[in-house]
Design a protein around this ligand. Structure first.
Ligand code: PMP
Length: 447
């Protein structure tokens, strides 16, 4: 059906898809330039429609932590779901088994509820916080993403001229929904304390990515996270950690285990089921008990696919893989992330290039700036053209990284140390070209 000319198949498949799906893709940010369409994904690699092989550092926006089509996970899911598909009544043994595992590992998870995506989890978390506190305000931080719904769809990667305003991510959003949103700078204790002093008694919830991976890798400082915990506790507001990216990827207990800060509610998705559609809300007993999964309780919680056996089985199998050999998967991922970061630093120093390779565990980025990136303002100093050129150069050399500003890269357990050293060799070539172009531009020489 598609032309066999190797160089054209991705583009032709994308063009055909565009006649059937708006833009030819199923979610925003999946459409990139050059057009890429994939026909195979195994382990740490993907193959485009032209048969070109890539080491996949996109890793499904971070969902496939173990790797694509992990054979152990697939077999375990098959085994666990042999006798059951969706029933949609009562609990399944699988839901109970996964909940027990989550409670064992995630410090703040007293009760859990399943859904199918991260956006659903943050929606439920925010509505529950408003119901439980009887207050309207929700506080988020500039640069964080928490899903596509009206409660929170604002101020993600805002352009500088929109900073300080409510920057909605979508037309059609009810202005009333965002009227009750406050947006603060991340890692700014004074701004947070000031807002809480002014209107803390109106704040239902404070929601954050404890590491803002939406803008690469901006780690919440210990002082900042402690201030959020202290301030919300004092005001009686609900602290929500959005661990959709950090959960299970950085530790079985999420970033709350690493930071020692215990949120009231936590949202999970992505890596918890290695790419199967599973979302989860976890948290304090008294809050979670207000959902009407307990008859008569006031907060609606529904969903035909909630707790779907296949997704829940994938969650169990993923956690089993992460528990094995005393956490060997995480140890290896952290070591590979460190090696990538260190290698990029060495290349930057040798070339005299102003880059800030940054990683936390298996997530890594190469910011093109001369300062450490600890705030959204720092992220805005990233040279977008160079960042995208770097990712495009890596794609050309067979390393898949989204060619968009500030998009992060992920290691998977299926990656090898050889993938890391190969990526560093490719990065050396690409960064050398970027450094040469910059030097040429500075001297006025046009190649
Ligand atoms: N929170 C964070 C931190 C995310 O990165 C995402 C997805 N990129 C979401 C929530 C929304 O999750 P989903 O796409 O599964 O709805």
């Amino acid at each position: 059906m598609y032309p066999s000319s190797a160089s054209e198949r991705s583009a032709r498949l994308s063009a055909h898809a565009s006649t059937l799906l708006p833009g030819g893709v199923s979610s925003s940010l999946r459409k990139v330039s050059p057009s890429l369409a994939f026909t195979r994904a195994v382990g740490g690699r993907v193959w485009d429609a032209d048969g070109k092989e890539y080491v996949d550092f996109h890793a499904s926006f971070g969902a496939t932590l173990l790797g694509h089509g992990d054979p152990v996970l697939r077999e375990r899911v098959r085994e666990l779901t042999e006798d059951i598909d969706l029933v949609g009544l009562g609990p399944t043994e699988l839901e109970v088994r996964l909940a027990e595992k989550v409670r064992t590992h995630v410090p703040s998870a007293e009760l859990v509820l399943y859904c199918s995506s991260g956006s659903e989890a943050t929606y439920h978390a925010i509505r529950l916080a408003r119901a439980a506190t009887g207050r309207p305000l929700v506080v988020k931080f500039q640069g964080g993403y928490h899903g596509w719904h009206d409660y929170i769809g604002a101020n993600v990667i805002s352009p500088p001229e929109k900073l300080g305003t409510i920057d909605s991510t979508s037309d059609g959003t009810l202005p009333q929904a965002l009227e009750w949103l406050r947006v603060l700078p991340f890692n700014d204790v004074a701004a947070f304390d000031e807002l809480m002093a002014e209107c803390g008694d109106q704040v239902a919830a404070v929601i954050l990515e404890p590491i803002v991976h939406t803008i690469g890798c901006v780690v919440g400082s210990p002082e900042f996270l402690a201030a959020l915990r202290r301030g919300t506790e004092k005001a009686g507001s609900v602290l929500i950690f959005d661990e959709v990216v950090t959960g299970f990827r950085h530790a079985l207990g999420g970033f709350q285990q690493i930071s020692g800060i215990r949120p009231d509610l936590t949202t999970f998705a992505k890596a918890i089921a290695n790419g199967y559609p599973l979302g989860m809300l976890a948290g304090r007993y008294d809050l979670m008990s207000q959902f009407n999964t307990i008859p008569g309780q006031p907060v609606m919680y529904g969903g035909t696919f909630n707790g779907h056996p296949i997704s829940v089985a994938a969650g169990i199998a993923t956690i089993e893989a992460l528990e094995a050999d005393d956490g060997a998967v995480h140890k290896r991922l952290f070591a590979m992330g460190q090696a990538l970061r260190d290698g990029l630093v060495a290349i930057g120093e040798r070339l005299g290039l102003a880059i800030r390779p940054t990683h936390f565990g298996s997530v890594f980025v190469c910011y093109f700036t001369d300062r450490p990136v600890t705030t959204f303002a720092d992220a805005l100093t990233n040279d977008e053209d160079a960042y995208v050129a770097f990712h495009r150069g890596m794609i050309e050399r067979g390393y898949l990284m989204i060619p968009m500003n500030l998009k992060r890269n992920h290691l998977m357990a299926a990656h090898t140390e050889a993938d890391v050293s190969g990526a560093l060799e490719a990065a050396d070539e690409v960064l050398t070209t970027i450094a040469r172009d910059r030097a040429g531009a500075a001297s006025g020489v046009v190649a």
